[in-house]
Design a protein around this ligand. Structure first.
Ligand code: SF4
Ligand code: SF4
Length: 351
């Protein structure tokens, strides 16, 4: 059954999305050029960014695709309990991609159902998307990509993006009133604690605290950027938090399903002392970039924060972790204690 662009955009908003645009699939070809530019600026990122090349040509995997619907969902609407955003990136605290009770999940489910009812052939994937979400959203007029590489609408960067590849040739470009970054602004580059964001639009994922606390940096005792990761235990928001275009953009006011329960387990001492069932059944489903067979990683991340931002109240948990059931935790905890002793003795802390 035929649908119009107006039907689709109206329905996407009824389902819960804030903005929605539609682009012809051919527009994704330009994404390959943006990858070329990134790799030219920072050749060491080539291996990482090459993995995203298939996103520039969705038809290689889905030959029937004619256009891409892109939608944004503002997660800046949620309350963050008790200072958790000091240690955990807000996108992960309010990650609806695997939370069936979340507004973001429900919006995607309702929209998928609608497309099916209307006979629109569609492919989508909630975890990471099937194409380059920020690029597609920029082309669809939903917002812009700033110098910190994050995607912004008129209401800041705290938006989740989702794409639906469809078999109908449609186009709808949203009205974009987002002002570009001022020429002279480089607050995000200057604030990046690890130097990963080394120039505008230029970020080395291998050095990013967000990556180093999730899907890389597995042995923090040998990670050269460990100390610079500061207080971050999972993700990092610094380059977004300092951005003037995010000032006042996190409104809060709504409760994210399950976050108040999760929050009870997230203080650093709770994490370090947690039993492994709690980590597997409560923490990992929310912070799923760390796989279920490596949940010890939450503890080593928390131990690192305890070292970087030491307070005597952490000491019992660090000592207890020296006899943790996971070898990685025991090793990290013993190493942290040694570093603390050296620090107390006035020694240097060469990494
Ligand atoms: S997320 Fe943190 S570490 Fe990564 S680029 Fe931004 S400020 Fe730097
Ligand atoms: S901090 Fe400045 S340069 Fe960085 S993204 Fe924000 S406006 Fe752009």
């Amino acid at each position: 059954m035929a649908v119009t662009t107006e039907d689709l955009v109206k329905k996407a908003k009824e389902c819960g999305y804030d903005k929605c645009g539609i682009i012809p699939v051919e527009q994704m070809a330009g994404y390959a050029d943006s990858l070329d530019e990134r790799e030219e600026r920072l050749p060491e990122t080539k291996e990482f960014y090459d993995k995203f090349r298939p996103f520039a040509d969705p038809r290689a995997q889905y030959p029937w695709v004619e256009s891409i619907i892109v939608c944004s969902f503002r997660y800046g609407r949620y309350d963050i309990p008790g200072g958790l955003d000091k240690h955990y990136a807000k996108a992960y605290l309010t990650d609806g991609r695997r939370n069936a009770a979340s507004g973001c999940w429900k919006a995607g489910g309702r929209f998928d159902e609608y497309l099916e009812e209307r006979g629109v052939r569609c492919a989508s994937s909630r975890d990471f998307g099937l194409t380059a979400l920020r690029w597609a959203a920029m082309k669809a007029g939903i917002g812009i990509i700033r110098k910190n590489n994050f995607f912004y609408t008129e209401r800041g960067s705290w938006n989740h993006l989702e794409a639906f590849l469809i078999g109908e040739p449609l186009e709808y470009i949203e009205t974009c009133a987002v002002r570009p970054c001022p020429d002279g602004c480089s607050l995000c580059v200057k604030a990046c604690p690890t130097g990963a964001l080394c120039a505008p639009y230029t970020m080395n994922p291998a050095a990013c605290a967000s990556a180093l606390t999730t899907w890389s940096g597995w042995d923090l005792t040998t990670e050269p950027l460990r100390a610079k990761m500061g207080r971050w235990a999972y993700g990092c928001d610094v380059c977004q938090d300092v951005c003037p275009f995010n000032r006042g953009a996190w409104s809060g006011g709504e409760e994210f399903p399950g976050l108040s329960e999760l929050a009870k387990h997230l203080p650093l001492t709770e994490i370090v002392e947690a039993d492994y069932d709690t980590l597997k059944n409560i923490v990992q489903p929310a912070f799923w970039y760390i796989p279920a067979d490596k949940v010890w990683r939450y503890k080593t991340n928390a131990l690192n924060v305890m070292l970087n931002d030491y307070s005597p109240e952490y000491l019992p948990a660090i000592k207890k972790a020296c006899s943790d059931e996971a070898e990685q935790v025991r090793k990290m905890a013993a190493w942290v204690l040694t570093k603390l002793k050296k620090r107390e003795a006035g020694g240097t802390e060469a990494e």
